[in-house]
Design a protein around this ligand. Structure first.
Ligand SMILES: Nc1ncnc2c1ncn2[C@@H]1O[C@H](COP(=O)(O)OP(=O)(O)OP(=O)(O)O)[C@@H](O)[C@H]1O
Ligand SMILES: [Mg+2]
Length: 585
């Protein structure tokens, strides 16, 4: 039942190409018929030319043979080309759909699913599906019709002899089935191990810095080596099976052919049958072997394909937990406020990370969030662009629930500098202009200048055209941070979220960037998270978050005298700074 649904869904992907597929199928049937025709032609060839010494036939048959090969070749080419065309189109569509779907899923999906696994779904599982689709189609259509046509020829030529060979057939087919099953089991193991190998590769290449820092090169080399040895053994076992199955089958086939030769030869010598009949018969019998082998592959291709298809559809069936309503509105530009109304939030089924937060952020206000690590500051601001949806309560902009508006109109209004800077392996220019494709050269330079990034960018030999490496690996932490600040500046959105935006900068550049950010904050609604309290002294309002609750709020000047959490955080930092100053002296 489940399998049937899987078939139907795959058929849905093939449907747009059905006319191509029908032509391919016709071509396949033609190839089968012409193959049988070739075998049959041996009969007149041997009888008329060699025994009856018919000169006319000698003129006719060789050109006819050439024609037959030629026509068969055209059909053979056509079906292979068309079938590949359909298969690759299905692959492309599936990958597009899968990728589009993955992009539409919420952040929590990406937190749960390992990157390596997603990549292997899109690359190798989809390829397996294509292999299955074309193998099965070729198997069912071409191989089956070829076998039927050839067996037809065999019976037509000599039904007695045909019956004898049919009895022998199972002996030859048995090893095909037997070994096929073993091969399938091993190839599944092979895939699993290959996936593990690529997982190790992915982790150890992206996390190479840690490997170096902890001197675990040998450990990782051994781990990888052990995995490769395991893979080697699996492949060699598979190779043994594949290598022994062919000679074994040929041996059995040889016995069969010897029997047929003996019996058929007798018939010819006794004048019951003609040599032409006999040769055509033998040819057809030998030719049956190839398509028979093809048929034996169908089942394993099918199983592999179904498993892969299910893995792919599993992902396609995941519904995003941050979805857009059908009748979603365009969110107008913020004019009044962002409102948190009794907002609570938890990741998965864990404990509440945000507890009953009630908060109004007035348009144009600079609101600072402080509090100890793990308190829920990042989580709270992540709710505004709907990276996650509130578990209870609601979040509004100018009184409109953000779940009622389109994601695009919401996110367009938000400029964000995240705690972990996220850059792409592209040029400085493209990283700054990411999401602002219409930005002019001047605007990009101006954004870089405002983020105090211009100086170091211009020092690169290739300037804005410098490629910054995977996740900006070729930049320092502070440089990376300034690029992502420039990106937010360029986006020029009315709501600004700065999550530890200047944490990687030294005091001097922090002061400079701070100046730029303060300019940027003018006329914008800003939520700024900072551990270094000196950077938020000028905020209009400071809220202190502990364990997902707002425990204090006010300005720097009203909070300090309260002798609460803010004062404690402030005093600790002040002591640290004083200590550092002392050490420096
Ligand atoms: N994706 C996630 N899945 C499950 N739990 C999470 C996830 N992200 C964060 N948490 C948990 O939520 C809590 C709040 O995390 P959050 O990142 O909001 O803290 P924070 O106040 O920003 O801390 P910091 O100052 O260190 O950045 C933490 O206890 C953390 O373990
Ligand atoms: Mg945080």
């Amino acid at each position: 039942m489940n399998q049937k649904r899987t078939y139907m869904r795959i058929l849905g992907f093939i449907k747009p190409y059905r006319s191509l597929l029908v032509i391919a199928m016709v071509c396949m049937v033609m190839v089968s018929l012409l193959t049988a025709g070739q075998a049959y032609m041996l009969k007149p060839l041997v009888n008329e030319i060699f025994f009856n010494k018919d000169h006319f036939m000698l003129m006719v048959l060789p050109p006819a043979l050439i024609l037959l090969f030629f026509v068969k070749g055209i059909f053979d080419y056509s079906y292979k080309y068309l079938l590949q065309n359909v298969g690759q189109s299905v692959i492309r569509d599936l990958r597009n759909k899968l990728y589009g779907h993955i992009q539409s899923l919420s952040l929590s999906f990406f937190h749960k699913t390992p990157t390596g696994e997603l990549i292997s779904r899109i690359i190798s599982d989809v390829t397996l599906i294509q292999g299955a689709v074309s193998n099965v189609l070729v198997g069912i259509l071409k191989d089956t019709t070829t076998v039927i046509a050839l067996i037809g020829v065999i019976f037509y030529l000599n039904w007695r002899l045909a019956l004898i060979s049919m009895v022998l057939l199972p002996i030859i087919v048995y090893p095909i089935v037997k070994f096929g099953r073993k091969h399938r089991r091993l190839s599944r193991k092979n895939q699993q191990t290959t996936a593990q190998v690529s997982n190790i590769l992915y982790e150890t290449i992206t996390g190479n810095r840690i490997i170096k820092a902890f001197c675990t090169e040998t450990y990782e080399k051994n781990r990888f080596g052990a995995m490769l040895d395991h893979l080697f053994l699996i492949i060699m076992r598979d190779t043994r099976i594949k290598a022994v199955s062919h000679p074994l089958m040929e041996f059995f086939a040889g016995i069969g052919i010897a029997l047929v030769l003996w019996y058929g030869g007798n018939q010819v010598l006794n004048g019951v049958s003609t040599p032409g009949d006999f040769f055509a018969f033998m040819a057809a019998l030998i030719m049956v072997y190839e398509p028979l082998k093809g048929l034996s592959k169908i089942n394993s291709a099918l199983q592999q394909g179904i498993a892969a298809t299910e893995r792919v559809f599993d992902i396609l069936d995941i519904e995003t937990d941050v979805s857009e309503k059908k009748e979603a509105l365009e969110l107008p530009v913020i004019r009044e406020s962002i409102g948190f109304h009794n907002v609570s939030f938890r990741y998965d089924d864990k404990t509440m990370v945000i507890n009953d937060v009630d908060l109004q952020v007035k348009a144009g206000e600079v609101l600072a969030l402080v509090g100890s690590s793990g308190g829920g500051k990042t989580t709270l601001v992540n709710l505004i662009p709907r990276f996650f949806d509130v578990s209870s309560g609601s979040l509004t902009i100018d009184g409109i629930d953000i779940r009622d508006v389109t994601l695009k109109s919401l996110r367009k209004q938000i400029g964000i500098v995240t705690q972990q800077t996220i850059l792409f392996n592209d040029t400085v220019k493209h990283n700054i202009a990411y999401g602002s494709p219409d930005a002019t050269e001047e605007e990009i330079v101006a954004a870089a200048r405002a983020a105090h990034a211009l100086k170091f960018i211009e020092q690169f030999p290739e300037g804005f055209a410098t490629v910054i490496g995977e996740s900006g690996a070729k930049l320092s932490g502070g440089e990376r941070q300034r690029i992502s600040i420039a990106r937010a500046i360029l986006k020029n959105a009315p709501i600004l979220i700065l999550d530890e935006a200047t944490s990687s900068l030294d005091t001097e550049s922090e002061r400079e960037v701070q100046q730029a950010l303060e300019n940027l904050m003018q006329n914008r609604t800003t939520l700024v998270i900072a551990h270094r309290l000196s950077t938020i002294r000028n905020a209009d309002r400071i809220i202190v978050i502990q364990k997902g609750r707002i425990v204090e709020q006010g300005t720097h000047d009203t909070l300090l005298p309260q002798d609460g959490v803010y004062k404690m955080l402030h005093d600790m930092q002040f002591q640290n700074e004083a200590m550092q100053l002392n050490n420096a002296e």
